[in-house]
Design a binder for this molecule. Structure first.
Ligand code: ADP
Ligand code: MG
Length: 246
């Protein structure tokens, strides 16, 4: 069945979520639309939908093989991912290995400063408020997640970081930082959901020293560095090569 005939539940900035005939299963369609700076900057990255769908698929499969529970079930076509329906916890869980982006702007830490141990940060997933940085006390005050869930999210995010860092390193890519979303399935299990792609990660090519040339992620779009599609495609090529050699 094509997405056109299916019930659209939600259209986000990068994906469209459709219901399936099983209420516990959703289909996500990956678009080429790109947004940055809380959707103040908009554009199209041709082919991004396919590339992000493929990269996410490979990373979710890799994480599942290593015992991390994810929403991924199957990838029936090149822009569509079928996954378990979850109630998304409205927290963006960000893991940072090197300082970049808003961390540099807010703290004065220099771009690329090593963060050891990595930082795990929680942002409120709310476009109207501009996805603000939260504290653990604010999460409790807003009743976004229990203290136990926050601890679980922190632990899971660090485990996922360890595995993703190792995988990307084998691809010749440094995982600078990334954003995760988690949700609860019908049985109450906490699952990794959404996507892991160059839209949601900062990825630096280890073969390039130049600070502009090395960027392989959405910063090419944010900062108008050019060759955005080529960078995303290069990430996919390396992920595929590495996946096939595992
Ligand atoms: P946004 O503009 O909110 O970032 P996207 O374009 O990324 O949205 O579309 C995906 C939407 O679907 C997000 O709101 C995300 O939280 C949600 N989502 C991702 N995976 C699941 C899932 N397994 N079950 C329910 N919702 C999901
Ligand atoms: Mg999103």
């Amino acid at each position: 069945m094509s997405p056109v005939q299916m019930q659209k539940l939600y259209e986000g900035k990068a994906k469209i979520v459709y219901a399936t005939d099983n209420p516990q299963v959703l289909l996500t369609y990956f678009k080429d639309d790109a947004t940055a700076f809380n959707a103040q900057k908009r554009g199209i990255i041709t082919g991004k939908g396919q590339i992000n769908c493929a990269i996410s698929t490979h990373l979710f499969q890799m994480l599942a093989q290593q015992g991390i529970e994810t929403h991924w079930l199957e990838t029936p076509s090149d822009r569509e991912m079928v996954g378990k329906a979850v109630e998304i916890i409205p927290l963006e869980v960000v893991v940072r290995n090197l300082a970049a982006g808003s961390l540099c702007r807010q703290t004065g830490l220099a771009l690329g400063t090593a963060l050891s141990p990595p930082l795990v940060e929680f942002y409120y997933k709310n476009d109207e408020l501009g996805d603000p940085l939260l504290t653990r006390d604010r999460i409790q005050a807003m009743a976004l997640a229990s203290e136990e869930q926050v601890q679980q999210l922190d632990t899971l995010a660090r485990q996922i970081n360890t595995r993703l860092c190792q995988f990307f390193d084998q691809c010749g890519i440094t995982l600078v930082d990334f954003k995760l979303e988690f949700g609860l399935d019908a049985g109450g299990a906490l699952l990794l959901a959404d996507e892991i792609s160059p839209d949601t990660c900062r990825l630096w090519n280890q073969a390039e020293a130049d600070i502009r040339q090395r960027v392989m992620d959405k910063d090419r779009f944010r900062q108008d560095l050019g060759e955005v599609e080529a960078a995303y495609q290069a990430v996919l090529n390396r992920v595929l090569a590495q996946t096939n050699s595992l």
